[in-house]
Each structure stands twice: as C-alpha cells, then as structure tokens.
Design a protein around this ligand. Structure first.
Ligand code: SAH
Length: 393
C-alpha cells in the first residue's frame, strides 16, 4: 500500500526485525512533511527495505507496528485479527454459559497495539490508546459485530481518558453500534453489574479472574479483608468459598455502592458482608487484628518509570501494615499492576515489608495476569500484573 513512509536511522531496525512492535522516535531518520497523528505508515530501513506497517503518533513511541508484512490495514485486516483473538478465547474456554466476561483484545498481546476490547455478554467495550486506533474505531466496531459466532451486538467506545491528552482528538464516550441492554455480566458463575458508562477502565477488572478463583479456594471459615475492592470481585468469591466474614474497603464511595449491589446480586441478605468507603491506610491503621485473609490490590502506584522509587516505598509500606496486622496462620494476596515495576522489584518491596514485621513468611503462589491478557513474547512490556500469595505465621 502506498502509505506515507518513515525511514529509520541506520541499524535502528534491529528490534523490529525481532518483531518488537514499537518504533521509538529516536530511531526515526526522516518523517514525511505532511504526516499527521494517527496516519498509517510504512516503516523502512535506512536502505529503504520494508520493515512494517503501523500507526504513527507524536511522542516517544513514534509508530506502533500492526503488521510486519506489507499489507493493507483495512476492514479485512481487523476482521481477521479480531476473529483470531476470539478463537484464542474460545480455546481458553472463557466463553461459557457461566462466563461471559473476558478480554478479547489485549493490545500488543493480540497483535493490535493501542487497542483494548473487553466483552461483557453481547456488549464490547473498546478503548483506544493510540490516535490510529481512535480513527479506526468505526472499522473496529463493524469488525467486532462481524466476528462469526461471537454474538456481539453492542459496541461502546470509551476512550475519553486513554488517548494521549495532547492529541486533542476529543473522543466522546458513546455507543458506536447498538445501545444499552443489560450491564449484568457473569464470571465463573458469579454475577456483577459492569458500569462501563462511568466506571474505571472498561467497568470491571477482568484481569483478576483467575486470582479471584484461587482466593475462593482459600476463603473457607476465614475473616476476609478485601482492600481496594472496587466492584467487589474478590469479595463475592470469598463468600462463595465459605468465608466467615468479608469486609470490602475502597476510598471511592461509588465503588462501595457497586460492591454492595454486586453482593446483593449474588448473596441477597447475606450479613457476612460489610463495605466501607475509607482510605486504605486509615483503615489498616485503625482496624483490629482479626483478619486472617487479606487482599491488597491497589491501583498502579507507578504509571511511569519516573515514579518507580516512590511506588516501591508505597508497596513496602502498604504490605508492612498487612504483615503487622494479619492473624497468625493468615494468608495475604498482594498485587501490583504497575507496568513500570517488575516482578523482582515488587517481590523485593514485599520482602522488605515482611522483614520489617519479623513475621515468618512463605510464598505459596506467584501470580500473574490471566491468559486472555496474553504477552507477546517479543514485547515483554506487556507483562504488568504481579501477585504473591503468602502464608504468614
Ligand atoms: N481489586 C479490584 C480492583 C482494584 S482497582 C477488583 O478485583 O476489581 C484499585 C481500587 O483502589 C480503585 O477502586 C480505587 O478507587 C481504589 N483506591 C485508590 N486509592 C485508594 C486508597 N488510598 N484507599 C482505598 N482505596 C483506594
């Protein structure tokens, strides 16, 4: 295709030849004068050899490669990529009568950098993280409803907070296809309201599904504290697992309202559950030492590398509180979803917290993101969720 051409500096094609999908701005030798953000471009080596086709944007990542083959990025391209993503979720057995919530597209992990799609029943919630995907939103919406057997009827576009601020694209959150039907989705047989209109991310954190399931297994007869509960995902798994009591805490009162609604949906009138709209540190400082299963799933403390040091201090302090208060024989589920914090750094922060508490601590499980958030092996940056299950004596 005769897309505009971006030429790389000499030798700067190496990472791309290993299929890493990003062209950093420092690798670019020349840009066409008429280039606009979101344009499709052909990236060529300094000698003029075709390397890949992708979306151009202003910033440290100049191009996100969509294909390393010379091809047109048209309706068919999206139908093929999205159908392949759907097939993988089928293979993962995530599409069942008792499970209709899953991530269909995880950016680079599904060879569609800049695009996130979560499915809740017959509604797809689409988030563009690049101007190129923003401009392709209508093609993407049409391709989603065209995926064979998927039964997607409604496509909600939610990119007001995910697109580069400076791009001035003025995205409007709205339905591209269809309209609101129901916002109740099912995960492993548990129901929940998904607020894609006003909620965080696409309305639910689908990435904790496997870890919630594991929690269910450990919850029997325990006093559970679900800290940073958002819509209460871990809480209702704990209840199904036979917890003695479950306390859900989040600083957002909207989150607490949603958590209460979700508990009511699954366990109406169950008095084992209580929810508190409070700051995590305040609650941890003031609570008694009665919990023997604690979940810490905070928001990303480091959204960028520059915040790494403070983030690690934050993880240490937070975990230290849990180690200080958890009952002997307690189990701690602790997470970090910061992309800028790697597995070893997170583990070191938790190690420091454990050492500070003088408790005997063992690692039972090392957790990560589920298979519908696949990591492209050539793009290790796609790995972001880390967790540990610890036994605290
Ligand atoms: N565990 C959740 C996802 C957590 S997202 C799930 O399974 O769905 C992180 C949550 O932390 C958000 O809901 C946010 O409102 C909450 N939060 C952020 N800062 C907080 C603070 N200081 N104290 C308590 N909650 C906080």
């Amino acid at each position: 295709m005769a897309y505009k051409i971006i030429k790389l500096k000499k030798g700067k094609e190496e990472s791309l030849l290993r299929f890493h999908p990003w062209v950093f701005s420092g690798a670019v030798a020349s840009l066409p004068e008429d280039i606009e953000e979101g344009d499709l471009v052909n990236v060529v080596s300094n000698a003029g050899k075709f390397i890949g086709v992708g979306h151009y944007q202003i910033g440290s990542i100049a191009v996100r490669i969509l294909s390393f083959e010379e091809q047109e990025i048209n309706d068919n391209f999206f139908i093929e990529r999205l159908s392949a993503a759907y097939q993988l979720r089928k293979t993962l057995n995530l599409i069942r009568p008792d499970n209709n919530a899953f991530r269909l597209v995880h950016g680079e992990g599904d060879f569609l950098p800049g695009l996130i799609v979560d499915i809740y029943g017959n509604t797809a919630v689409v988030q563009a993280h690049s101007p190129g995907m923003h401009y392709a939103r209508n093609i993407i919406a049409n391709a989603l409803v065209a995926i064979e057997d998927a039964g997607i009827k409604n496509v909600y576009y939610k990119s007001e907070t995910t697109l580069p601020y400076k791009a001035q694209l003025d995205p409007q959150n709205d339905y591209i296809i269809g309209s609101f039907e129901t916002n109740i989705a099912t995960e492993n047989g548990l129901k929940f309201h998904v607020d894609w209109l006003k909620g965080q991310k696409t309305g639910f954190f689908v990435d904790q599904r496997d870890n919630r399931k594991l929690l269910e297994h450990y919850a029997k007869d325990r006093n559970v504290l679900n800290m940073f509960c958002y819509t209460g995902g871990f809480s209702f798994y704990a209840m199904r697992g036979g917890a003695n009591l479950v306390h859900s805490v989040d600083s957002s009162s909207k989150a607490i309202t949603l958590t209460n609604a979700n508990v009511e949906l699954n366990f109406p009138g169950d008095t084992r559950h209580k929810a508190f709209a409070e700051d995590a540190f305040k609650f941890l400082n003031e609570m008694d030492n009665n919990y023997d299963l604690i979940i810490l799933d905070p928001p990303a403390f480091a959204k960028h590398r520059s915040a790494l040091k403070n983030a690690l201090i934050g993880y240490r302090k937070l975990n230290a509180k849990a180690f200080e208060k958890i009952k002997p024989g307690g189990i701690l589920f602790t997470f970090s979803c910061s992309q800028a914090v790697n597995k070893d750094q997170f583990r070191l922060a938790v190690f420091s917290a454990a050492a500070q508490s003088h408790r005997k601590v063992r690692i039972l499980h090392q957790l990560t993101q589920p298979a519908d958030h696949p990591i492209n092996i050539y793009h290790p940056e796609g790995e972001y969720l880390k967790g540990l299950i610890l036994y605290v004596e």
